[in-house]
Ligand binder design. Structure first.
Ligand code: F6P
Length: 560
């Protein structure tokens, strides 16, 4: 037990509730004293603010000067981090302690990118050799598929890979495949199926030749109903399409990514074709495990290792950088500031890159499944807001849709603007030239959100008085700008690790278990109960009146 009451496993035995901590109360007083924070004034008062409020991590440059904070705010936030022992919990995570208290599990996604010679122990066993053994097997398999050496049942080369998974077994590889398209083998298509809506698989299979198709069934538990249902349908499609081939064809067209060998076998996939990971890897933290196989096939093992190196760079930074210059710590604390003292309910992530079109969707699971909790690590209800709603789509598209509300709406929505100095090589000179316009928009949005346009500035443009309020921009909408060098595998790894650790910091401060997800269970259980009512008209006990009426109406519309 340390001075703050956290035990060795990062448990929070008897931790003082956050809002009763003196450090939290000091922040509350500070917030009241600050009153209305005007970014114009903060910048006018400090010529070095942009320089001082920025931090470099690897290939990422983070400007956090456009936040509603002063030196005192940042110091108080760091004191809160110290009081809540963020560093202690961080070290417990890296050490392999069972910090996922409700599931009694270690949280070791950082071991997935540890170097070969690292030692990370779970129950006295070094897990790093196992991580690298799986990575090596994945690399061998990926190379065979890429080279055309791994062939299907008829001897044909694999032309399409279909990843079947959902949540953490889909969002990461799907996001990264889009993000790294320029690094992929363009003549090997990778598709992703997640939704139990049959339309998803239907569209993914459209135009495919079964003889040239490889299915990757990705599921940590191998019991997720959506994935097993889709995988079963895919298996039936394959066997039928191959002219009634027998089950031996499955071995050439199906591989599994899972922690659950017996279920993989029961499904009919040879465990020789299974790439394993472990229960200390959370689903939403798993895409740099075997779950990344589809991505590795697409970009190749060397690029995949560059991605892991990018993750590791930020892991090392998070572990070792001092609090003043620790990027995930800063980002996490800024979110705590807005959620706790400005009543911010949501957080926008706005990447200025077409290739990052799935990035925010990926972060939604990472952040909202981790920190969407309302009891602390001991099960006591929390009296403070926890994780925000995370949302956003790539710029500049969003500018023509919802930025109006960001600029002139009534809500406080902190945002991350993410951009890259260099466009991808593949674009060619004419399209690459558009990159400056893209980035000009990113910079302009940050400026407009922060500094707005005063009524006097509007008047000076000759705008009629009655229109002045409509054309005035208050400003003071906080943003972090992340300016990276280019969207490479390493930079993508850096970005993801940055957010992983930001989410970690917030969970630590809020004293919640960021690594369980009990909240998704109830809906799953109820869906299983309701399904027979739809199909067979079975009496379902305990249906509320509204749901019972909807079920009856549905059955009527389906002619049942
Ligand atoms: O939605 C709940 C969840 O358990 C996620 O945490 C997970 O990523 C997803 O379902 C898929 O689970 P699995 O990989 O076991 O199929």
């Amino acid at each position: 037990m340390n001075a703050d009451g956290a035990d060795a496993a990062g448990g929070a035995a008897g931790r003082t509730p956050l809002d009763r901590m003196p450090e939290w109360q000091a922040l509350a007083r500070h917030r009241a004293e600050l009153g209305e924070v005007r970014l114009r004034a903060l910048f006018d008062g400090d010529a070095a603010r942009a320089e001082r409020y920025s931090v470099r991590v690897g290939d990422l440059y983070l400007d956090y000067s456009k936040h509603l904070v002063t030196d005192e705010t940042l110091a108080l936030l760091r004191e809160l981090a110290a009081a809540t022992d963020v560093a202690g919990l961080r070290d417990a995570m890296f050490r392999g302690d069972r910090i996922n208290v409700t599931e009694g599990r270690a949280v070791l996604h950082t071991a997935l990118r540890a170097p070969r010679d690292a030692v990370v122990e779970v129950d006295g066993e070094n897990v790093v050799p196992g991580v690298h053994a799986v990575l090596d097997r994945m690399a061998g398999f990926a190379a065979r598929v890429r080279d055309g050496d791994w062939t299907g049942h008829t001897g044909a080369r694999i032309r399409t890979v279909v990843n079947i998974g959902i949540g953490g077994s889909d969002l990461g590889p799907a996001m990264a495949y889009e993000a790294l398209l320029p690094y992929t083998l363009r003549d090997l298509d990778v598709r992703f199926v997640s939704n139990v809506d049959g339309a998803d698989l239907h569209e993914a299979l459209h135009g495919l030749d079964a003889a040239e198709t490889l299915f990757i069934v990705a599921s940590k538990t191998f019991t997720t109903i959506e994935t097993i249902t889709n995988a079963t349908s895919a298996k039936n499609w394959l066997l039928e399409s191959l002219g009634g081939a027998d089950a031996s064809a499955v071995a050439k067209h199906f591989v599994a990514l899972s922690t659950n060998g017996p279920e993989v076998e029961r499904f009919g996939i040879d465990t020789a074709n299974m790439f394993e990971f472990w229960d200390w890897v959370g689903g939403r933290y798993s895409f740099d495990s075997a779950i990344g196989l589809s991505l590795m096939i697409a970009i190749g093992p060397d690029r995949f290792r560059e991605l892991l190196d990018g993750f590791r760079l930020v892991d090392d930074h998070f572990r070792t950088a001092p609090p003043e210059a620790n990027a995930p710590l800063l980002l996490g604390l800024l979110g705590v500031w807005y959620g706790g003292f400005f009543d911010a309910q949501s957080h926008a992530v706005l990447p200025y890159s077409h290739y990052l079109s799935r990035f925010t969707a990926y972060l939604q699971q990472l952040d909202m499944e981790s920190n969407g909790k309302s009891v602390d690590r001991e099960g006591r209800p929390v009296d403070w807001d926890t994780g925000p709603v995370v949302w956003g789509t790539p710029g500049t598209n969003g500018q023509h849709a919802y930025y109006q509300l960001l600029h002139q709406g009534t809500r406080m929505i902190p945002a991350d603007l993410i951009g890259f100095a260099r466009p991808v090589d593949e674009l060619g000179p004419e399209l690459a030239a558009q990159h400056d316009l893209l980035m000009a928009n990113l910079f302009a949005q940050g400026q407009a959100l922060a500094f707005g346009k005063t009524a006097d500035e509007v008047r000076a443009e000759g705008v009629p008085e009655e229109q002045v309020p409509h054309r005035t921009f208050h400003g003071d909408h906080p943003t972090t700008t992340v300016l990276a060098t280019e969207l490479s595998p390493s930079v993508l790894g850096q970005l993801i690790a940055l957010y992983e650790h930001k989410v970690f910091v917030q969970g630590a401060v809020w004293d919640i278990d960021s690594f369980d997800q009990w909240g998704v269970e109830l809906g799953k259980v109820l869906a299983k109960r309701v399904e027979p009512a739809l199909t067979e008209g079975a009496e379902v006990a305990g249906l509320d009146a509204s749901t019972a009426a909807l079920v009856a109406r549905y059955r009527q519309l389906r002619g049942r």
